[in-house]
Design a protein around this ligand. Structure first.
Ligand SMILES: [Zn+2]
Length: 234
């Protein structure tokens, strides 16, 4: 399958489903990691233009660790809006270009607006990719890809219905997350938040719920025609 993760910021997919993406890649699936916002506002020292470039490079390094390909839609932080046609069409093009068979994105209800708008954009794109008169660079495809929502940050308000055992991928997930040095280092040195420990803890907690050491939790979007008769998560 072609697996497409659509996250908001450059490190969100690593946090929410990095282990699952690595597992898909190991099983021979083609994995794409698309981030919509370029992360240009998330630092106190680097200016936006420089920061966006740094974060794009960090994303490429992280995707490589997970065995995936990085795609940047390059919308500015706090400007992710599903009502903007240009952004919607860019996402449609990503779904078409990657020929996505399965999409993972943010939960519709998460802790910040850009994440929630990204979820809506992913949902829209996973339907509109089939519309023949919606013209983008890549031609339309005929798959209504099953859509999965990944965990919220710290798992707040999110009850998974499916789990993926990432015990064998946890170190790879954290290694990918560590590639986002501009965020991880900054938060540790200046805010005293060890984000690697934060994410390990969340994965361990989901593992406790699903009888393994480390896990990631998901919910599937339940609209027509997204279900299959077999398990889609690895
Ligand atoms: Zn984010």
């Amino acid at each position: 399958m072609n697996i497409l993760g659509i996250g908001c910021h450059p490190d969100d997919l690593e946090i929410g489903c990095g282990g699952t993406l690595a597992k898909y890649a190991k099983q021979g699936h083609k994995v794409f990691m698309c981030h919509v916002a370029n992360g240009d506002l998330g630092h106190k020292i680097f200016m936006p233009e420089e920061l966006a470039k740094i974060r794009a490079k960090e994303s490429e390094a992280a995707a490589k660790v997970l065995g995936a390909e990085s795609i940047c839609v390059d919308v500015g932080d706090s400007q992710v809006e599903s009502s903007v046609k240009a952004t919607r069409d860019k996402l449609v093009n990503v779904v078409r270009d990657t020929k996505a068979d399965l999409i993972i994105t943010h939960n519709p209800d998460d802790y910040m607006r850009d994440h929630m708008q990204t979820s809506e954009l992913a949902y829209d794109a996973s339907f509109c990719n089939t519309l023949p008169h919606l013209f983008t660079e890549a031609a339309e495809t005929d798959t209504f890809a099953p859509l999965f929502y990944m965990d919220t940050l710290a798992g707040v308000g999110f009850i998974p219905t499916e789990y993926v055992d990432i015990t064998d991928e946890i170190e790879q997930k954290l290694e990918a997350l560590a590639c986002h040095e501009s965020q991880i280092k900054w938060m540790l040195e200046h805010d005293h938040i060890d984000f690697l420990d934060f994410v390990r803890t969340c994965s361990k907690y989901r593992g406790l719920q699903s009888s393994c050491e480390y896990a990631e939790g998901f919910r599937q979007y339940a609209g027509w025609p997204r279900f299959r008769t077999y398990r889609l998560l690895p």
